[in-house]
Design a protein around this ligand. Structure first.
Ligand code: COA
Ligand code: MG
Length: 288
């Protein structure tokens, strides 16, 4: 499963759902939370069910409302019945929330005759101050964890901040720290890290810069909020022909089983070999 681009689609919008069908996004996230007005939630759940019935092959995720909030059980029962690839979980204060969700999902999978553990989870793991402090607990990963992403919007509201960006547009220091911790938490849990969204959806140049930086730092994909962002993100998270060629040169330098090698006057050892193998694996996955 390759998860470079994950496109959010407000699940109460027939128009956007139809548009999403033709998007080259690796995954869709049908949103039942912040982009849907509470009075539209029931309608949106019906549209999620319909959408999943008509979709073949692509990973369709659903962002549910926070675990334990009013209407949680009914919403979860409806969504699980549609057997999505996974659930994006907003605002969990800690991985324990995902453990509680796992128990509820296990019951529903039994009820509906679905494979146990088939529905995966991806938390937006930094939306509350408590959640940030619990990131270390992902070292002992909760069941079903497939990826971890982070968000700055709800967190800055919770912190009482007036803004989460510097004048020049970069994230303020607190959010850079949180982003790094989320990346490290994902890797400690052994799952993919997904970069947060770029809200300025007409800014293709800025998006490309952010996405390339994310890939360099170790993220394997990024959230999208507009169809126009998907191709930029897919390209940024796919190794270029030059990168693939360079990776092959690095691997060739180790031919014969040497532990250390030299290439273009620089020392190469095991981490470089591993990085080169990662690039080839990613390029191969992107081709499929
Ligand atoms: N998924 C599918 N289709 C989308 C889409 C999305 N996320 N965002 C826009 N579109 C569609 C529009 O309906 C429009 O369709 P049309 O060509 O048939 O008219 C087309 O793409 C172009 O959209 P555009 O006019 O550029 O944007 P907009 O002003 O209609 O919408 C947003 C802007 C931000 C409201 C919209 O992109 C959106 O809803 N994004 C997702 C928000 C979300 O899910 N937030 C929760 C996660 S933070
Ligand atoms: Mg939110």
């Amino acid at each position: 499963m390759i998860l470079r681009s994950l496109l959010f689609v407000p699940a109460d919008s027939e128009k956007k759902l139809a548009k999403a069908r033709t998007s080259p996004a690796d995954a869709l996230i049908l949103d039942l939370e912040d982009s849907v007005a509470p009075e539209n939630r029931i309608k949106a759940r019906g549209l999620v069910r319909e959408f999943l019935q008509g979709e073949r092959g692509r990973a369709v995720w659903v962002r549910i409302n926070p675990v334990g909030e009013g209407g949680y059980k009914a919403e979860l029962a409806d969504v699980a019945a549609a057997a999505p690839a996974g659930l994006v979980v907003p605002k969990p204060d800690s991985p324990d929330v995902l453990r509680a969700l796992d128990r509820d999902l296990a019951e529903l999978e039994t009820t509906y005759g679905l494979p146990q553990g088939g529905i995966k989870v991806m938390p937006v793991a930094t939306e509350t101050p408590a959640a940030v402090l619990s990131l270390m607990d992902y070292r002992n990963p909760p069941p079903r964890l497939a990826a971890l992403t982070w968000g700055a919007e709800d967190l800055s509201a919770a912190l009482g901040a007036a803004a989460n960006r510097e004048i020049g547009g970069e994230f303020a220091f607190a959010y850079k720290v949180v982003r790094s911790l989320a990346l490290i938490a994902a890797k400690a849990a052994g799952v993919a890290a997904v970069e947060t969204l770029h809200a300025d959806f007409r800014d293709a140049e800025g998006l490309e810069r952010v996405a390339r930086t994310a890939r360099r730092d170790g993220f394997s994909g990024m959230l999208a909020i507009h169809p126009g962002q998907v191709e930029v993100i897919n390209a940024a998270f796919t190794p270029s022909a030059d990168e693939v060629a360079q990776a092959r040169r690095v691997i060739a330098a180790f031919a014969g089983g040497a532990g250390v090698a030299s290439l273009d006057g620089k020392m190469l050892d095991k981490p470089h070999l591993k990085q080169a193998q990662n690039v080839l694996a990613l390029a191969e996955a992107a081709r499929r």
